[in-house]
Design a protein around this ligand. Structure first.
Ligand SMILES: [Zn+2]
Length: 406
């Protein structure tokens, strides 16, 4: 078994730490931001560029690759990394998020305005429910062609073993902040039963595919904004053991109210073993990184940096701006002064402004390289600050500058 994790330095007076995740395809120094390549591509950017901008690993999505091209094809290609020409470590998420979020028709599950609403059957305007959860799994309609499919813990494990990523996630039920407390409770219990089935199937598939590199499996802690549910879910997953097979790490998932990112991470981390890595799904804003890392988060992924880049939104140490707006038409300076990315070394805001206005594809490529580099570098710098004992000073300085304009 060639998966392991070691803790290195710690933040004074907090659970946060640096560490190294060892995988069959290389090491990940943590904390680390993991680039999202949903369909086995970080949209608009060559895998070579993703490596050059410093991303240590890529995360793809089991739901999307199962529907297209099919996980059996990725398996035949030699696994996700080989298929997409990414030699480093890879992650796949379980598909649960997409099954539930695309299926139920929510526009944006993590960032929606709940406004105190609590209803287990809310769907976005103009959409119909496309996913149905039962005790055994989820039946859903493909967003591509309307075909009916079914995911169960066993199906998700088979798909993820075929995709061959170094780190996989147990199949969980995604709830939203809109769900009632009763529903969150029964969902956490169901996710625990599914986690147990994932471990059993993972154990079976690992033995059946003993010629392949070991794939690590992370359990996913749900429980929304409720402390007792989060703690109970984390403790339950940490204790799970199916004939000697336990989780190699943990994901912290589900609806996170922005103001509670640090607090929820703290509850969960408090219940999880110290010697296993923790991945947080869907964080991308600088203040969220600092809050989560301080409380013990190790790795993070989010589509946001590349998604907003394709809409001309540019991250800088001084905050975010839109390069397609009038002030940048004659701005012959880089997207961000002092940025070390390929885009900033060779191109100007005026050129990017022109590419976006002319709807040229290169606009997305160049903007994505910058935003991904910004995010990777931020988390790298936080890691360096923990090592040198300067976490809090770096946090105050960075966030003061980033949010000063607001
Ligand atoms: Zn740049």
């Amino acid at each position: 078994m060639s998966f392991s994790f070691e803790v290195r330095e710690r933040i004074d007076g907090a659970p946060g730490r640096t560490g190294v995740i060892h995988t069959p395809h290389g090491d990940i120094e943590t904390p680390a931001f993991i680039a999202v390549g949903t369909k086995a591509t970080v949209k608009a950017v060559l895998p070579e560029s993703v490596a050059e901008l410093g991303a240590q690993a890529v995360l793809a999505n089991a739901y999307h690759l199962y529907l297209q091209p099919g996980s059996d094809i990725v398996d035949e290609a030699g696994g996700l990394g080989r298929f997409m020409n990414w030699p480093g470590p890879t992650f796949t998420d379980s598909g649960g998020f997409q099954v539930m979020s695309l299926g139920a028709g929510f526009k944006k599950v993590l960032a929606m305005d709940t406004a105190g609403l609590q209803d287990d059957d809310v769907i976005a305007d103009g959409k119909t429910r496309r996913a149905h959860v039962d005790e055994d799994g989820v039946t859903f309609v493909s967003h591509i062609n309307g075909d009916l499919h079914r995911f169960t813990p066993e199906v998700s494990m088979r798909i993820q073993h075929e995709l061959g990523a170094d780190i996989m996630f147990a199949f969980d039920e995604l709830t939203t902040l809109m769900n009632t407390r009763d529903y969150q409770e029964s969902s956490v219990e169901r996710t625990h039963r599914w986690a147990e089935r994932c471990l059993a199937e993972h154990r079976r598939l690992t033995a059946a595919r003993a010629d392949k590199p070991y794939q690590a499996l992370f359990g996913v802690v749900q429980g929304a904004q409720y402390e007792d549910l989060r703690r109970g879910a984390a403790r339950g997953l940490a204790e799970l053991d199916v004939e000697g097979q336990s989780f190699d790490g943990f994901g912290i998932g589900g609806a996170l109210e922005k103001s509670m990112v640090g607090e929820i991470t703290g509850w969960v981390v408090d219940e999880l073993p110290e010697d296993k890595p923790r991945h947080m799904l869907g964080l991308s804003e600088p203040d969220d990184f600092f809050a989560a890392i301080e409380m013990g988060g190790d790795t993070f992924d989010c589509v946001n940096p590349s998604r907003v880049a394709r809409n001309a939104a540019i991250y800088t140490a001084e905050g975010r701006y839109n390069v397609n707006t009038a002030p940048h038409r004659r701005s012959f300076i880089p997207l961000e002064e002092d940025c070390d990315c390929y885009t900033c070394a060779h191109y100007t805001r005026a050129y990017l402004h022109h590419l976006f206005k002319a709807k040229e594809m290169l606009a997305s490529t160049l903007a994505t390289i910058h935003n991904e580099r910004f995010t990777v570098r931020l988390v790298d710098n936080i890691r360096a600050a923990i090592r040198s004992g300067d976490f809090h000073a770096y946090r105050d300085e960075f966030l003061g500058r980033f949010y000063a304009a607001r």
